[in-house]
Design a protein around this ligand. Structure first.
Ligand code: 9MR
Length: 369
């Protein structure tokens, strides 16, 4: 009997050590901890920790966070003289409490603007808005938010500048000014330009020009965000790799900021298709309302594996890979470009169970014996 206790103790502690070290590796953030941050976008409910199961999944798997909506200008700056930081406070506190990398999304974006901002017509008023908006928000979180999307989606698909309310009132100098204002408010925070499809050749060329212009004009730009709202078949790995190489050759970090992969048919691929309401409720456009067939589950897993393999190859150039949402049930892709579909773009399903794609991403760091 005398010996049983120490033996038991030794076995229990061995088990404990094993469990904790196993726990260490079986999460995305731990598996990739020496490579780049693994982030997720949080909804308002997730910021408020409304669902304990979702919350523990977030804390287990991710070490970087972006607010999916609550920091956009219409929410944070609803009236000219009124800011609402209630949810941003919770978001930043959540990241700090969980020792996560905190990314701010987004300062200057033509979309989700408050109605009062949409009415700005002249350059004096717009200049004043930009100065107040950027300075107030960035200085408030100086030293607490780690990086910012300073400008979001300023480019057209052909690489020219989008005719946004900012371009129309201020001309292209607004881009340089936005980065200057953000750097003045927090000289140490990392500043990003963020866009979708900027891995495609024409838009990429426009994005490269833009980065060069910002730098030449004396703006501080530290990184480019490739949103990565991708498909099973495209973009090609070659274009993604070229983008990583060409952007990083400019001396900026590359982040994949809103990663998800749609598995549903795209109305724009069908010639002559009218995107409007026509497809709602159509079985053709919503082929997997109940479950994803194994064949597609496997395709998704292979696609994620090849993408992460490429990311690992260039990990020295990549700062962060953030998924646009925690699990499939929450994804914006269930509502866009057609409302009411069931999509499967992320690594966790609607029940929060990890999918085959999760294993394929993890296995790249834990090769099967
Ligand atoms: O996921 C966001 C969705 O909940 C909002 O309704 C939408 C409004 O424009 O914005 C979505 O997030 C977008 C992000 O802020 C910028 N890049 C494209 C994202 C998907 O539309």
């Amino acid at each position: 009997m005398k010996f049983i206790k120490p033996y038991l103790l030794a076995i229990t502690s061995l088990l404990f050590v094993n469990c904790t070290s196993k726990k260490e590796v079986t999460s995305l953030k731990n598996a990739y901890k020496n490579d780049f941050y693994i982030g997720t976008a949080l909804s308002a409910d997730q910021i408020e920790e409304k669902d304990a199961k979702v919350d523990s999944l977030i804390r287990k798997e991710f070490n970087a966070i972006t607010a999916e909506n609550i920091m956009k200008s219409m929410f944070v700056h609803p009236q000219k003289d009124k800011y609402d930081f209630a949810l941003t406070e919770k978001f930043v506190a959540y990241g700090e409490k969980n020792k996560m990398f905190i990314h701010g999304h987004t300062l200057i974006w033509h979309s989700q603007l408050a109605p009062w901002m949409q009415k700005i017509k002249d350059s004096t008023e717009m200049k004043a808005f930009m100065k107040d908006h950027i300075t107030t928000i960035v200085s408030k979180y100086k030293g607490r938010i780690d990086s910012w999307d300073v400008v979001n989606e300023a480019l057209n698909e052909d690489g020219t500048l989008r005719k946004s309310v900012f371009l129309n009132t201020l001309g292209e100098s607004y881009l340089i000014d936005a980065f200057k204002l953000a750097a003045a408010a927090d000289p140490k925070v990392d500043l990003y330009y963020n866009d979708y499809n900027n891995e495609e050749p024409a838009k990429r060329a426009g994005n490269i020009n833009l980065i060069k212009k910002i730098k030449a004009g004396g703006g501080k730009i530290d990184g480019v965000g490739i949103q990565a709202h991708w498909r099973l078949e495209s973009p090609s790995l070659e274009e993604i790799e070229k983008s990583i190489l060409e952007y990083s050759a400019l001396g900026v970090k590359v982040a994949f900021t809103e990663l998800d992969i749609t598995v549903l048919p795209n109305p724009w691929d069908l010639k002559g298709a009218d995107v409007n309401q026509n497809f709602e409720g159509s079985a053709k456009m919503n082929p997997y309302p109940k479950a994803l067939p194994d064949s597609i589950q496997n395709k998704l897993a292979d696609r994620y594996a090849s993408i992460f393999k490429l990311f690992l190859k260039h990990k020295d150039k990549i700062s962060r890979v953030t998924f646009w949402g925690v699990y499939d049930g929450q994804s914006w892709l269930n509502g866009w470009p057609i409302k009411g579909r069931t999509n499967y773009p992320l690594l966790f399903d609607t029940q929060l169970i990890s999918k085959k794609a999760y294993n394929s991403v993890l296995e790249l760091k834990q090769p099967k014996k």
